[in-house]
Design a protein around this ligand. Structure first.
Ligand code: C2O
Ligand code: CU
Ligand code: CU
Length: 432
């Protein structure tokens, strides 16, 4: 932070080699590293400046997933950074505390660039004045958990070979957490906060513990929930986040696992798209003496609800096949929607295909009004920016679109299955 209150970050996108499996180096990409990138942290009110240098041999972008900012700073497919170039976005953080992330977004190449390893967390911290007794000592009791599945070939090289009858692209058999294979975490506190991010290209996880212990779900994609939700499972599709708080007893071990997710695809596609898979994700090893943690607050945030009667417009989006929204594939030269600045809108999204999708909207955080006509369960009732849709499902979301109009810097909405996004399941909107 400089004297003018600016918070500056330097990121260099680079290629290198990483040994995920013992003795096997494989080609990877990262930011300031050979795989993944640093966690960036800021607070509401911060004036953030980022210097992104592209040292890769091909053009890419860096998108701030979940961030409310002007279109020219968004890092979508219109903000390409050529090899050797530097891009310097800046914006004022003006949104609630949340676990966001960043990743490349070049049109048609996002799946490849993310899979090679460029991604990182962008945490918006609570203010001390929020007086929330949540674990927030980064790396000690506040832990980033970036979950990705990878496929390795017989020589330990990263591979994108797809399984038979996958409708979503590569589904790997190996899980990495923060780039580590078979990870464990030594815990010295009675309560630990895990910031779960599904940064996989296509795989859906249903997180829970091997001993089925209960945990408190405290946050979804774009902010804290009103109050903790007592849970044993939380399902995350690519791009989604959840913050959970787990309690440990001295000396015990428990393993965060992914149980078979409910993809709603039926036999046999449920199985060929990961719906029967179980993985161990991260083992927690509690020390023999644990530091006491204050009790979990009963109230976390007051999430202001958008009401359907505030909405000026309802737009409908039909997801078809693997590449179309409302019958069309992404066209960089076509603006699909124009939204008046400050408007509250309802978007009704229907999955009209036989595979799952997850719909993400840039710029905004939204609330889910209903899923197939029913109100969302508590874990989906907070701020979201990405929502899962099983085949046949319809979800209505509501949000306010508010940033400076810029006809030359559209925002994207798209399926966050990265192969679908690259194939064209994406559209563009501008604020007018
Ligand atoms: Cu996480 Cu348009 O992206
Ligand atoms: Cu995004
Ligand atoms: Cu999709």
């Amino acid at each position: 932070i400089d004297a003018d209150g600016r918070k500056t970050f330097d990121l260099t996108l680079q290629s290198g080699e990483t040994d995920f499996l013992p003795g096997a180096q494989t080609a990877t990409w990262g930011a300031n590293d050979t795989y993944l990138g640093p966690t960036l942290r800021a607070r509401r009110g911060d004036d953030v400046r980022i210097r992104v240098a592209n040292d890769l041999a091909e053009p890419t972008t860096l998108h701030w997933h979940g961030m409310a900012l002007p279109g020219a700073m968004d890092g979508g497919p219109h903000q390409m950074i050529d090899p050797g170039e530097i891009w310097q976005p800046h914006w004022l953080i003006d949104q609630p505390a949340a676990t966001l992330w960043y990743h490349p977004h070049p049109h048609g190449r996002t799946a490849d660039h993310v899979y090679r390893g460029i991604a990182g967390m962008f945490i918006i911290d609570e203010h001390d004045t929020d007086e929330l007794a949540l674990p927030s000592d980064y790396g000690v009791d506040d832990i980033p958990v970036i979950v990705q599945d990878k496929q390795f070939d017989g020589d330990g090289q990263l591979s994108t070979a797809e399984g038979p009858a996958s409708l979503v692209g590569v589904l790997g058999d190996d899980i990495l957490v923060n780039g580590t294979h078979n990870p464990h975490l030594d815990v010295a506190d009675q309560r630990v906060r895990l910031r779960l991010l599904n940064a996989s290209n296509a795989r859906v996880y249903d997180f829970g513990f091997d001993d089925d212990r209960r945990f408190a779900l405290i946050g979804s994609d774009s902010g804290l929930l009103d109050e903790p939700v007592d849970s044993t499972r939380v399902q995350l599709a690519p791009g989604e986040r959840a913050e959970i708080i787990v309690e440990l007893h001295p000396g015990e071990r428990t393993t965060l696992r992914s149980y078979p997710p409910d993809l709603g695809m039926g036999f046999p596609l449920e199985r060929t798209n990961g719906g029967h898979d179980t993985f161990d994700v991260l083992q927690l090893r509690a020390a023999d003496q644990l530091r006491d943690a204050p009790p979990l607050p009963g109230t976390l945030a007051s999430v202001e609800r958008h009401r359907p009667d505030e909405a000026a417009t309802t737009r409908t989006f039909e997801l078809e096949g693997f590449s179309r929204i409302n019958g069309r594939e992404m066209d960089m030269a076509r603006i699909d929607q124009t939204i008046p600045r400050g408007a509250v809108e309802i978007w009704e999204i229907t999955n009209a295909s036989n595979t799952y999708h997850n719909f993400h909207v840039h710029l905004v955080h939204f609330q889910i009004l209903d899923i197939d006509g029913d109100p969302p369960p508590p874990e989906l009732a907070g701020w979201k920016d990405t929502v899962f849709l099983a085949p046949g499902q319809t979800v209505r979301i509501i949000s306010r679109f508010d940033t400076e109009p810029d006809p030359d810097a559209p925002f994207m909405y798209h399926c966050h299955i990265l192969d679908h996004e690259d194939a064209g399941m994406m559209g563009q909107y501008t604020i007018a």
